[in-house]
Design a protein around this ligand. Structure first.
Ligand code: DUC
Ligand code: ZN
Ligand code: ZN
Length: 485
C-alpha cells in the first residue's frame, strides 16, 4: 500500500478543548491533513494505543536568555529552554524581548530574534517589554514592530528599573489600542512593596521567608484594580499576569461582570506551592522565590475556582531560571538578603506534567479544561492561529501522553539550566512520551530528535482578543476617549 501521509498517529484518544474521541491523525508536511478511523498508511507510523493525543502546550509567559534590569542574564539559552519545554510537552513559547532604559526597542527585538533563530527547537513569538516609553518607543517602534508580527506588549507596575507610572501606563494602553496589540501587565503596587522592604531590612528580617511579607497581598489587588480601571477607560484589552491571591481573582471577577474585556493567568507555583516553601534554613528558601511571592493554601483554592469560572484563562510557567550560585540567585552568597536574591523559578518543563497530574489524573476540572488552559486559550489570546488545537489544517503540534506513567520529579531530570526544580520529590501520574512540532518528531524515547535553530518565529497580529470591546463600557467613557485619544 502506498503511503498517503508522512506520519500517522494511530489508535490514540484525541482531546481538544471541546471533544474527546478515538481517532487516527494523518500528517502531511507540517500540518494535520486528516482525522478519522482507519486512516491509510503513513511513511512513519506512531503507535498511540493506550495514549492521549493532545495539542502541544503553549507557554505564553516565560523568560528565556533574558537580561534582567540589574544586568544578570538568566540561566537558559533559547536552546536549553526550548529543549526543556519540549520534554515537558510544550511546542510553542512566547518569551520576551526585554527593553531596558536607554535601549532602542527595535534593536532589542532584533537581538532577541538572533538568539532565538540560533537556538530554538520549537516555535516562538515575542512579547515586547516596554521599560522606556519615550516618544520614539511609543510613536515609532511599537507601531512598526506590531506591523511585523509582535502584537503583544508587557509592562511592569513595580520593580525599580522597569516600572511605568500611571501616566506611562496610560500612554502604553493608548498606543496599544491604536496598533491593536495586547498589553500584558505585572500588576503590583510599587510603593507598598518598596516601603515594606525598607522596614523589613531595617529590622533585620532578611531571610527568604520575608519575601512573602514584602509583597503584601493588598499590593496585587490594588494594582489590578487600578490597571483595570485605566484599561476600561482607554477600552484596551489587557492580560493580567501571574495572579496569586484570592483578592486579585475577586477584582478580576467583578470587572468581567461589568463587561470589561480582560484576560488573566496564574502559574503552577501559585497552584502547587505555598509561602511555607520559603521558610527553609539559611538561604535555601531562595529556590522558591518569585514575584508575586507564593501565597496560602486558601489562595490555591481560589485560583482553581477562578480557572473553573474562566476568570483565569491560562496557566503559564513564568519560567525565570537562576542557578544557585553568586552569578544566579545568591549575589552575596549565604549573606544574601531576600532583596538581593534573583526573583524567579524554573517551570517550563514541569508546567504541563504538574497540571496533567492534578487535572487529568486526579480529575480536577478534567482533560478538556487542561487542553483549554494550556493550549487553546493561549493560542486564542495571543492569536496563534495555527496552534492550540487538533483540527485539519492546523500545524501538527502534538504531544502524546502516557496517562499511566508514574514519575517522581527530580532535579536532575530537568533539561533547563537552573540546576534544580522547585517541585523535586513530587510524585506525578502522566507524562508526554512523544512530542511533534509542525510534523517533526522533536522528542521520542526520552531523546531530542531535532537540531537547534529549527524552531520558527510566529508573526502575529493582535487578532480578536486585542480588539477594543467597543460599547461594553459606557457612553461617558466613549465621549472621554473622543476628547483624549
Ligand atoms: N517575577 C517576575 O515578575 N518576573 C520573572 C520572575 C518572577 O518571579
Ligand atoms: Zn511578572
Ligand atoms: Zn514573568
Amino acid at each position: 500500500m502506498s503511503e498517503v501521509y508522512d506520519t500517522v498517529i494511530r489508535g490514540g484518544r484525541v482531546a481538544t478543548a471541546s471533544d474527546v474521541f478515538d481517532a487516527d491523525i494523518g500528517i502531511v508536511g507540517e500540518s494535520i491533513a486528516a482525522i478519522g478511523k482507519r486512516l491509510a498508511a503513513g511513511k512513519r507510523e506512531v503507535d498511540a494505543r493506550g495514549k492521549l493525543v493532545l495539542p502541544g502546550g503553549i507557554d505564553s509567559h516565560c523568560h528565556i536568555e533574558q537580561l534582567s534590569a540589574n544586568g544578570k542574564l538568566n540561566a537558559d539559552t533559547f536552546e536549553s529552554a526550548t529543549i526543556s519545554a519540549a520534554f515537558g510537552g510544550t511546542t510553542t513559547v512566547i518569551p520576551f524581548a526585554a527593553q531596558h532604559r536607554g535601549m532602542r526597542l527595535r534593536e532589542v527585538v532584533a537581538d532577541y530574534h538572533k538568539l532565538a533563530e540560533r537556538g530554538a527547537v520549537i516555535d516562538y513569538a515575542f512579547h515586547m517589554i516596554i521599560a522606556n516609553p519615550t516618544p520614539e518607543t511609543l510613536e515609532e517602534d511599537i507601531p512598526a514592530l506590531v506591523e511585523t508580527g509582535h502584537s503583544s506588549l508587557k509592562i511592569f507596575m513595580t520593580y525599580d528599573r522597569l516600572k511605568v507610572d500611571d501616566e506611562e501606563l496610560l500612554d502604553v494602553l493608548a498606543v496599544a489600542r491604536k496598533s491593536r496589540a495586547m498589553v500584558c501587565v505585572h500588576a503590583e503596587n510599587h510603593g507598598l512593596i518598596s516601603w515594606t522592604v525598607k522596614r523589613l531590612l531595617a529590622r533585620g528580617h532578611t531571610a527568604p521567608k520575608f519575601h512573602a511579607a514584602s509583597h503584601a497581598r493588598a499590593a496585587e489587588a490594588e494594582a489590578i484594580n487600578r490597571l483595570i480601571e485605566m484599561a476600561a477607560l482607554i477600552d484596551q484589552p489587557i492580560m493580567i499576569y501571574h495572579v496569586s491571591t484570592a483578592e486579585g481573582a475577586a477584582v478580576i471577577r467583578a470587572a468581567r461582570g461589568r463587561g470589561i474585556k480582560l484576560f488573566a493567568e496564574t502559574c503552577p507555583q501559585y497552584l502547587f506551592l505555598t509561602e511555607d516553601d520559603l521558610d527553609r534554613p539559611g538561604v535555601e528558601g531562595a529556590k522558591w522565590m518569585c514575584s508575586p511571592p507564593l501565597r496560602l493554601a486558601s489562595d490555591q483554592e481560589a485560583l482553581w475556582r477562578a480557572i473553573a469560572l474562566s476568570d483565569l484563562q491560562t496557566v503559564s510557567s513564568d519560567h525565570a531560571p537562576y542557578r544557585l550560585d553568586a552569578d544566579g540567585k545568591y549575589p552575596s552568597g549565604d549573606a544574601s538578603t531576600f532583596k538581593e536574591i534573583a526573583n524567579g523559578m524554573p517551570g517550563l518543563e514541569a508546567r504541563l506534567p504538574l497540571l496533567f497530574d492534578a487535572m487529568v489524573s486526579q480529575g480536577r476540572l478534567g482533560l478538556r479544561k487542561f487542553v483549554e488552559i494550556t493550549a487553546t486559550m493561549p493560542a486564542h489570546i495571543y492569536n496563534l492561529a495555527r496552534k492550540g488545537s487538533i483540527a485539519v489544517g492546523m500545524d501538527a503540534d502534538i504531544a502524546i501522553w502516557d496517562p499511566d506513567r508514574a514519575i517522581t520529579l527530580e532535579d536532575r531530570m530537568m533539561h533547563d539550566r537552573a540546576g534544580y526544580s522547585p517541585y523535586a520529590g513530587r510524585k506525578l501520574r502522566g507524562w508526554p512520551t512523544q512530542v511533534l512540532s509542525r510534523g517533526r518528531m522533536v522528542i521520542e524515547g526520552g531523546a531530542l530528535k531535532v537540531d537547534k535553530g529549527t524552531g520558527k518565529f510566529l508573526a502575529r497580529d493582535g487578532g480578536e482578543a486585542a480588539k477594543p470591546a467597543q460599547g461594553a463600557t459606557n457612553d461617558r467613557a466613549a465621549t472621554w476617549r473622543s476628547y483624549v485619544l
